[in-house]
Design a protein around this ligand. Structure first.
Ligand SMILES: [Zn+2]
Length: 160
């Protein structure tokens, strides 16, 4: 059994970080570093990185942090071809992204350095679109209302 509470705790910090980023109180660079740290911090317990970034995973790009409108493309790097991921040791750290989703604009520049004669970025998009349900590669448009099934501790304005 893994621990879901540390993921919820870190997800709460991710939510506040995004709020500060949206209000212009912190830069994208700072937000990215805090969120990446929340992802690895779940290792202080037997936590899941995916739960720490759940707040952004299905609605924001893990590179530019943009909120992607509902129905617009948001590809998951988890859905890339298995051998592509294995051979190139693809993970968020190596791609310098903080969640699994990539918007249409960021997909190409993030993945092109890992492409070669075997795969082009268009091949990768096509692979994902042909093998997954449309909801798996489009944005939900808004963050989840709950923190992995639980109520959020507070709103994001509580310390203003
Ligand atoms: Zn993006």
């Amino acid at each position: 059994m893994s621990c879901h509470d540390i993921g919820r705790g870190m997800n709460e910090v991710v939510r506040m970080t995004i709020s500060l980023f949206d209000k212009g109180e912190i830069s994208r660079e700072s937000a990215v570093k805090i969120i990446a740290t929340c992802g690895v911090a779940v290792n202080w317990c037997d936590g899941n990185e995916g739960e720490a970034i759940e707040y952004i995973n299905r609605c924001r790009c893990g590179k530019c942090l943009r909120l992607v409108h509902g129905g617009e493309k948001l590809y998951s790097v988890l859905d890339l071809p298995y051998n592509f991921k294995e051979d190139r040791r693809i993970d968020p750290d190596r791609l310098r992204i903080v969640s699994y989703g990539l918007c249409e604009e960021c997909f190409d520049p993030v993945l092109r350095p890992f492409c070669d004669g075997m795969y082009s970025v268009d091949d990768l998009k096509k692979y994902i679109e042909e093998r997954h349900d449309i909801k798996d590669f489009t944005s939900e448009g808004e963050p989840p209302a709950y923190n992995n099934g639980c109520k959020w501790v507070r709103g994001t304005d509580w310390f203003d």
